[in-house]
Design a protein around this ligand. Structure first.
Ligand SMILES: Cc1cc2nc3c(=O)[nH]c(=O)nc-3n(C[C@H](O)[C@H](O)[C@H](O)COP(=O)(O)OP(=O)(O)OC[C@H]3O[C@@H](n4cnc5c(N)ncnc54)[C@H](O)[C@@H]3O)c2cc1C
Length: 392
């Protein structure tokens, strides 16, 4: 039986995006990059040249400056078509907005604008072996020495450990504690004293994550991003905004699996009936659809608020948390209802599951984001106003 599949959310750039995906064979490339992990340099450059990087970033930096809700719709579509790889590549200028918004004009010209054009890759080095969720424990130190800083410490879990041309590195000034005193620096990765090692991941293997060691690395003072001690304040709005985009990316990927499963169970006959006539199969898929769509609208609402100049930190945290859970459950149903073939690498669901699985850890783990949300609801005495106060 043919299934009725609801249309994808539309956008004036949707056809252009679909054409780009087809022209550069991004569906096949996403599978190849999983099998043979490498940074997709050619596609990154082509995406930059065609205006698919940093969709919501400023026009003066070479981006399209789309409203966040439109950028979200296109990322959802890109992830639906070709998985997480290229949608996450598109986010890279957003992930480096601390550089774009607080870096000196010279740094922006040398590193940020080339990033928007896909000619330079900039990583983010926040996490350390003893400081992930709890960034107050960050131990990398930047010591002022005349017109330079000397940076020493170990950064772990970092995407593009071996491939980034430069990284935004968060380090503390000596003697500072907690989140205060943490400063952002732009450090070219060919600087003396840097050593990177790559680890093997469950999914998103093209990111070639790893550990980067900084040993007394000399960083000119003009490579400091913004003011001393302001690094965390700069990065928080970026993290909040990007969580809403990540939510849409995971939902888009899951929608692709959902559609394929809906078609499959409409045709596959088991015990003399198509699978969809067995309610144990149909009901979970119906519920998945409701959750995928509700969460998409929730994430889009958060992006609309950001586009209107509001903060929507609580909603973006919940959007990413819920989207990851819903997407993983939906893809798991795809694996299950495709039977033995669903578990195999012949179908795309297993890779999607492995790729989306990172969403529960990266950019704020599920537990840590729920903890922050709980604090917004049950505000500690004398605590700061929670995000609910900012909700209209
Ligand atoms: C694919 C991927 C890409 C990444 N890219 C980067 C990158 O480019 N740059 C970068 O700096 N980092 C990156 N990270 C690292 C990521 O940001 C951290 O892994 C994450 O912040 C968690 O920190 P952690 O690994 O130290 O875990 P921990 O902080 O040790 O947490 C371990 C577990 O304990 C849970 N937990 C922690 N606190 C609480 C609590 N109070 N209550 C309940 N549970 C709690 C966490 O949710 C988690 O499940 C990436 C991670 C992944 C998976």
């Amino acid at each position: 039986m043919s299934a009725t599949i609801p249309p994808l959310p539309d956008d004036p750039l949707a056809q252009e995006l679909d054409d780009f995906v087809d022209r550069w064979r991004l569906v096949d490339r996403a599978r190849e990059l999983d099998r043979t992990p490498a940074f997709p340099k050619t596609e990154f450059a082509e995406m930059g040249a065609a205006g698919w990087l940093g969709l919501d970033r400023k026009a003066e930096d070479g981006a399209r400056a789309l409203p966040p809700s439109r950028a979200g719709t296109l990322l959802y579509r890109l992830a639906y078509r070709a998985g997480t790889v290229f949608a996450k590549l598109s986010l890279q200028p957003g992930f480096s907005s601390v550089l774009g918004e607080h870096g000196s004009p010279a740094l922006v010209e040398r590193f940020y604008r080339p990033l928007v054009k896909g000619r330079r890759l900039v990583g983010n080095h926040l996490t350390e072996p003893d400081a992930g969720s709890d960034l107050g424990r960050l131990a990398t130190v930047a010591t002022r020495d005349g017109s330079e800083y000397r940076v020493s410490g170990v950064k772990s879990e970092a995407a593009f450990a071996a491939d980034a041309d430069a990284a935004i590195v968060y380090a503390r000034t000596p003697g500072s504690q907690g989140l205060a005193g943490i400063t952002a620096f732009l450090i070219p990765q060919d600087s003396l004293g840097i050593r990177a090692t790559v680890i093997e991941d469950l999914g998103e293997r093209w990111m070639r994550r790893g550990t980067v060691r900084y040993e007394n690395v000399r960083v000119p003072i003009d490579h400091r991003i913004g003011e001393e001690g302001e690094g965390i304040r700069y990065v928080l709005p970026e993290l909040a905004r990007e969580r809403a985009y990540l939510a849409l990316i995971y939902l888009g990927v899951a929608r692709a699996s959902w559609e394929q499963t809906v078609r499959h169970v409409g045709e596959r006959v088991v015990f003399d009936r198509p699978l969809h006539e067995h309610e144990a199969v149909a009901f979970p898929l119906v519920q998945d659809w409701g959750e995928l769509e509700s969460c998409r609208q929730f994430a889009e609402r958060a992006l609309a608020r950001i586009g209107a100049g509001e903060r929507a930190d609580l909603d973006t945290s919940l959007a990413k948390t819920m989207a990851t859970t819903i997407a993983l459950r939906t893809i798991d149903h795809a694996i299950q209802f495709h039977g033995g073939a669903g578990y195999s690498r012949a179908l795309p669901h297993e890779q999607r599951y492995r790729d989306v699985r990172s969403g529960a850890i990266a950019h704020g783990s599920t537990e840590v984001l729920l903890r922050a949300a709980a604090r917004a609801i049950w505000r500690p005495p004398h605590g700061r106003a929670g995000p609910f106060q900012a909700t209209k």
